[in-house]
Ligand binder design. Structure first.
Ligand SMILES: [Zn+2]
Length: 298
């Protein structure tokens, strides 16, 4: 199956900074049939139906796409189509990167209209959404999507609970770099790949202005700095750094090596230099900038 997932405009996320999750469960080399038991899903869905009824959200279709429960306010066909995106993204991301799955059943709410998204998020979380596209909330144990804006945001947000489970304390550049890489994605040789997307033009302008932070600075940004001033450049630079690694066939090895080395290399900068075989990272960054300048979207 080949899916081209696209999102046309800005994606923003809610970084989750709530209480630490339970330890993630490792997966065996052979993919287990299901992360959670039938009984666990039945209990979860029964509680979910009670909660939805109390919020007077009307009829919502529900289906299981392990380790998620997908809930939609559109037709059964709408939900089946979006659930296919959830299944595809989860399977391909696990295959490529993740050896741990989310430790709790997560709800994926798919609202088919901006108004129902706004209303649904307010009813379910008590707050209005801060992004028109969709977000992941660890605290509310779910993804909340305005699916009318496309499936790209959905794939982006699916990355976050996996990173949370698989790479504790992942720096924001890695978490958002991976999320945004796959917000426009396809397959190559059975593997998920990110494609160029709308973030390219802004990054090329920032490169032309000489205003992209060094990779040493980018990788060292904490949550406040990454999501603060210049966040658009941070997302884009992280995305196209990982895109470069992907195109050189280095991304999966980089992810695994960084995860293994995270205690002594919490930013990933040393692992990045190692996997690139680079002693002169400023010279590498200059070459990367030339590479990015030549990329095209669409
Ligand atoms: Zn994100």
């Amino acid at each position: 199956m080949l899916l081209a997932i696209a999102v046309g405009t800005a994606v923003s996320c809610t970084p989750s900074s709530d209480a630490d999750p339970a330890p993630a469960r490792p997966m065996s080399a052979v993919k287990p049939a299901r992360t959670f038991s039938d009984a666990a899903y039945a209990k979860h869905i029964a509680a979910l139906r009670t909660r939805l009824a109390s919020k007077q959200l009307g009829h919502l279709a529900i289906r299981i796409e392990d380790p998620f429960v997908v809930i939609g306010d559109g037709s059964e066909e709408d939900l089946a189509g979006s659930a296919q995106t959830v299944r595809w993204a989860a399977d391909r991301l696990e295959q490529a990167f993740f050896t741990h799955r989310p430790t709790q059943i997560l709800d994926v709410f798919l609202f088919t209209r901006a108004a129902s998204y706004e209303h649904g998020v307010r009813a379910l979380t008590g707050s209005s959404p801060t992004t028109p596209y969709g977000f992941y909330s660890r605290h509310h144990r779910g993804l909340f999507m305005n699916i009318a804006t496309g499936g790209g945001t959905l794939v982006h947000e699916i990355v976050h609970p996996y990173v949370e489970a698989d790479f504790p304390e992942a720096p924001p550049w890695l978490n958002e770099g991976l999320g945004s890489l796959f917000e426009q994605s396809s397959e190559r040789g059975g593997h998920i790949i990110g494609l160029t997307n709308w973030r390219l033009a802004g990054l090329q302008e920032t490169i032309a202005e000489g205003a992209v932070p060094s990779f040493e600075q980018l990788t060292a940004l904490d949550v406040d700095a990454f999501y603060g001033r210049g966040s658009g450049t941070h997302y884009a630079a992280a995305r196209y750094l990982l895109y470069y690694l992907q195109e050189k066939g280095l991304l999966r090895d980089f992810y695994r090596e960084f995860r293994a080395a995270r205690a002594k290399d919490p930013t990933g900068y040393a692992t990045l230099a190692k996997i690139l075989g680079e002693r002169d990272m400023p010279a590498f960054q200059a070459r990367w900038q030339t590479y990015v300048t030549k990329l095209r979207f669409p």
